[in-house]
Design a protein. Structure first.
Ligand SMILES: [Zn+2]
Length: 440
């Protein structure tokens, strides 16, 4: 069985600065595919890089200031070291404190200079008299704070955003023991592995359902600046085969700009309910209308599922809705009842405590933490008792047909179907290239 895997929080783009070394699992994209992809997805920010970037000379801060006079009108570049301040680099570049003051008083953008960080790059350009002509600070791989002296002698600043080029990469693998390890072997970073699990979370329980020989394929975006990878974008298409059952996902942005994942026929992969509202260790009692009650020692219908989990494990709202009960409720102990639209209700029992500020009438979103596992009321150990009602009738939460959240319809449908078809073809083409390259 696959053990639970823990993942760090999704990385920010900035944290992805370290260039990812592409291994054998990440395939080169064929030029024609790439061109097509770029034509559709290119992000053009219409900003160019400094023209004399190529001529940049790298001078370590230890270099004597006099050396820089020999480099009039050339760029001098410094990589900021821990503990150093801006004045030191101005000095190293052969500039006086007046130049620093001039840059610091440039206006609103000067706040970028208040805090400089190790690893950021500074560039200076001075004329033959040693007067500062231009100054640049790379705030992050995509953003540069740039100062330029004008003909009237004044310095002005602007922020340059480097154009990001999007490419599509393929990753795929068979799961031998752990989904997380297989994801790593497929060159997916932590954030992509987590995203892949989330894409299929409504159909596959990644803590319990994963089997050896399950496999996955992923097409995801990569961001490049000047040919250097600076981070990953979202998954654009994916396939997961779990116990022989195929699941496919296509990312699609709807008319209001909301991106989500759909089956190739346009059904949303999201459902109106999460089937399992808690991360549990085992199911300690199933839905059973003729159960022998472990505490009362008599036959009593068990109208829900018991998920054993440590006290304090967060319990999530199975669907969006509103709180219609929160408090003590007989044998249920601390309980919450949520109403979802006109037909559905869910109940959460034996909680140790409720989420703060939860009260009758509070609106909750699907997945929001509403309480914590406990053993209040008639409970033999810490677990969540979860009930699911449709039109006032209890259903087995593990097997009840969950209503679909949404579906692509109308005029966007044909556009979506063509888009889905293109992505699936691209994914299988990439997979063939991969299999050939690895002689599998
Ligand atoms: Zn129960």
């Amino acid at each position: 069985m696959i053990s639970k895997w823990r993942l760090p929080l999704a990385l920010t783009l900035l944290a992805c600065v370290l260039v990812f070394k592409l291994g054998s699992w990440s395939l080169p994209f064929s030029p024609s595919d790439e061109q097509e992809w770029l034509d559709e997805n290119r992000v053009t920010l219409n900003v160019s890089l400094p023209e004399n970037e190529e001529e940049t000379v790298l001078i370590q801060p230890a270099t004597l200031a006099q050396d820089s006079i020999a480099h009039a009108n050339e760029w001098q570049s410094f990589i900021i070291k821990a503990g150093d301040n801006l004045a030191l680099y101005f000095q190293q570049a052969g500039l006086d404190s007046k130049a620093l003051q001039e840059v610091l008083s440039i206006g609103r953008d000067a706040h970028y200079l208040k805090r400089i960080y190790p690893g950021q790059t500074l560039r200076f350009q001075a004329n033959s008299t040693g007067q500062l002509q231009a100054f640049q600070l790379d705030i992050d791989p995509l953003t540069t704070f740039a100062v330029q002296r004008q003909d009237n002698g004044k310095l002005i600043s602007h922020i340059e955003e480097k154009p990001i080029e999007k490419r599509v990469a393929f990753g795929g693998g068979k799961i031998l023991d752990s989904f997380f390890v297989a994801g790593k072997n497929a060159n997916l970073d932590d954030a992509l592995i987590m995203e892949l699990a989330q894409v299929f979370a409504y159909d596959i329980d990644f803590a319990l359902d994963i089997q050896p020989n399950d496999y996955f394929k992923v097409l995801f975006e990569e961001y490049y600046v000047n040919g250097v990878k600076v981070g990953n974008g979202p998954i654009v298409a994916a396939e997961f085969v779990n116990s022989g059952k195929h699941y496919q996902a296509i990312r699609y942005t709807d008319s209001v700009g909301q991106a989500s994942y759909y089956s190739p026929t346009g059904r949303s992969l999201k459902k109106a309910f999460i089937r399992t509202p808690v991360q549990y260790t085992r199911i300690s009692s199933h839905f059973n209308l003729h159960r022998h009650h472990p505490v009362l020692h008599k036959i009593r219908a068990h109208r829900g599922v018991d998920y054993a989990a440590p006290t304090g494990t967060p319990v999530k709202a199975a669907g969006s809705g509103k709180v219609v009960f929160v408090g003590k409720k007989g044998g249920y102990g601390n309980a919450i009842i949520l109403q979802h639209g006109a037909r559905y209700k869910t109940l959460y029992g034996h909680l140790s405590r409720f989420a703060k500020s939860l009260k009758n009438g509070t609106a909750v979103r699907q997945g929001q933490i509403i309480g914590y596992v406990g053993s209040t009321g008639l409970a033999s150990g810490p677990h969540l008792h979860f009930e699911f009602q449709v039109d006032g009738v209890h259903h087995n939460p593990l097997t009840v047909a969950l209503p679909q959240a949404e579906e692509i319809s109308g005029r966007t449908k044909s556009h979506f179907l063509a888009h889905a078809n293109d992505l699936l073809q691209l994914m299988s083409k990439q997979e063939r290239v991969f299999l050939a390259a690895n002689e599998i």
